[in-house]
Design a protein around this ligand. Structure first.
Ligand code: FES
Length: 104
């Protein structure tokens, strides 16, 4: 379980306890967080689960994720990540992600 803070596109902050082994994307979808679409269901092939990591130890994106990040709809930034590729565990405790205003 890790505490993850999601900042929705309208600026609302929502803090959730997300179970270990889930992705940050799944934590959002399961709890009705606004702004994450996750069209491919976590397969790293749609880019509609894009977030900006504001703080926390998210590690580095893999090759596949880097390629998909080139196709995201909102501006890609140095802290852009695909939330389906962020697996929740103790290392992600306190992660804060901001959801962009569009995923298409
Ligand atoms: S859910 Fe499709 S790339 Fe993350």
């Amino acid at each position: 379980m890790a505490k993850i803070t999601y900042i929705e596109p309208d600026g609302q902050r929502r803090e959730l306890d997300v179970p270990d082994g889930c992705s940050v994307m799944e934590g959002a979808i399961d709890n009705g967080i606004e702004g994450i679409v996750a069209q491919c269901g976590g397969g790293c092939s749609c880019g509609t689960c894009h977030v900006y990591v504001l703080s926390g130890a998210a590690g580095e994106p893999g090759e596949e994720e880097l390629e998909m990040l080139e196709l995201v709809a909102a501006e890609r930034k140095p802290n852009s990540r695909l939330s389906c590729q962020l697996e929740v565990g103790p290392a992600l405790e306190g992660l804060v992600v901001q959801i962009p205003d569009r995923q298409y």
